[in-house]
Design a protein around this ligand. Structure first.
Ligand code: PLP
Length: 429
């Protein structure tokens, strides 16, 4: 704190504090914390159901970003001047907040990245490139996002490893027996999404880790769709790596994190070379920095990290108990109401699901559905959701996907259903 900098209380007018209940979230008061929800689209109030693509941002996060640029903007780790020290303090304190937010043991196990994609690429290009030999296997599932497929394919082409895929059933679930049967003495990594963005399936990751660890196989968890919707505890999951994206948990885009077990990170070579990741440099030799900075070459996304910390604070204050109960209610209601619309086929009906509803409407292409809904201010996603193998598995080119977050209401789903009836009038007469 320095003269002129507002206190946290003055700076952050994000509304009432204290733990919520599911009933309070259902009442919609939390929406006041999201200024964008007050806008209109095509003259209609915005109804935003595309949170699996990116979440909207609460005032608290917006204020944290503004506060940083207004009062603390400076580069980190390098300056002796006051502002640089303050920026460094905010940045490193954000790392500690992320550590707490995902239950990691030490803050040095948190590496800031651009997001989940970069976190997975980092592991593939450091851990994988260093340790995998021709014939080694990486095991993923058939419901992975492209960002948990392509980095391993790139490594496959370079290192001649084998990429194996756990199949999914018609509900969009994996069978643990199939999974276990694919673990071999050549498996060097399991990489799996905790929650599928295209289907909403919640994978039994804790059991998967247990089975992999029994064979000394490390596990990377893609947590992009999980953080922000339920409690994540990497020590409880016992995973070796965990990737997350800020923008999917109410924080800015361009920031995310990789959690890695300290003993593994300490053994891994750097990902990129440049400033901050070194201890000493001469033309003959460079000695690398310790973790986490060894993996953060160049000026990082300082304000992004600060915004992400504010988002973790927002989540903690909103209360996961309330968030999960509210989103579960929305999913159940949406499943009932949307599947009652004639011609709807749900894609992804796993027994354990997060608040993602993917579906087809007979006679209308998903893009047309999305476009017509948009005219009523309803934002849903239409496409392959960066999970083309999932689309192939279900024999569809794309789906319509409605995905929910703390600010959604049952009335949003009613609007969606009315919108689908309008689409039917145009396409399904
Ligand atoms: N993994 C999953 C399950 C996702 O849903 C996404 C984004 O939709 C990603 C990875 C990639 O995240 P990002 O684009 O933030 O790196």
């Amino acid at each position: 704190m320095y003269q002129g900098e507002p206190t946290l209380k003055q700076a952050d007018q994000s509304g009432p504090r204290g733990c919520n209940t599911a009933a309070a979230l259902a009442g919609g008061r939390i929406r006041e914390q999201f200024p964008i929800l007050a806008i209109t689209v095509h003259g209609k109030p915005l109804i935003y159901m595309d949170s699996a693509a990116t979440t909207q941002k609460p005032q608290r996060v917006i204020d944290a970003v503004t506060r940083h640029f207004t009062h603390r903007c400076s580069n980190v780790h390098r300056g002796v001047h006051k502002l640089s020290q303050l920026a460094t303090e905010s940045y490193e304190s954000a790392r500690e907040t992320v550590r707490r937010g995902i239950g990691a043991a030490e803050s040095q196990e948190i590496i800031f990245t651009r997001g989940t994609t970069e976190a997975i690429n980092l592991v593939a290009q450091t851990y994988g490139r260093q340790r995998f030999a021709p014939g080694d296997e990486v095991l993923i599932t058939a419901m992975e996002h492209h960002s948990n497929i392509v980095p391993w394919q790139m490594l496959r082409d370079e290192k001649k490893i084998v990429l194996k895929v756990v199949p999914i059933n018609d509900r969009g679930e994996i069978d643990l027996n199939d999974y276990e049967a694919l673990l071999t003495d050549r498996t060097r990594m399991v990489a799996v999404a905790l929650i599928s963005n295209a289907l909403g399936t919640v994978n039994p990751v804790k059991e998967m880790v247990k089975l992999a660890h029994a064979r000394n196989i490390p596990v990377l968890v893609d947590g992009a769709q999980a953080v922000g919707h339920d409690v994540v505890d990497v020590q409880d999951l016992d995973c070796d790596f965990f990737a997350l994206s800020g923008h999917k948990m109410y924080a800015p885009s361009g920031i995310g994190a990789l959690y890695g077990r300290a003993d593994l990170l300490n053994e891994m070579p750097p990902y990129q070379g440049g400033g901050d990741m070194i201890a000493t440099v001469t033309f003959d030799k460079t000695v690398y920095n310790g973790i986490p900075h060894r993996f953060e070459a160049g000026t990082p996304n300082i304000v992004g990290a600060i915004g992400m910390a504010a988002a973790f604070d927002f989540l903690q204050e909103t209360c996961f108990e309330a968030i999960t109960a509210h989103e579960h209610d929305l999913l159940q209601y949406a499943t009932e109401q949307v599947s009652a619309v004639p011609g709807v086929r749900l894609i992804g009906t796993a027994r354990k699901k997060a608040a993602v509803l993917s579906f087809m409407l007979e006679g209308a292409h998903p893009h047309d559905v999305g476009t017509i809904l948009d005219l009523d201010g309803i934002a849903v996603r239409a496409g392959h959701h960066c999970a083309q193998p999932v689309m192939d598995r279900f024999g569809v080119p794309a789906t319509v996907r409605a995905s929910f977050a703390v600010y959604n209401l049952r009335s949003d789903i009613d609007e969606l259903v009315q919108g689908l009836h309008k689409v039917r009038e145009v396409f399904c007469k």
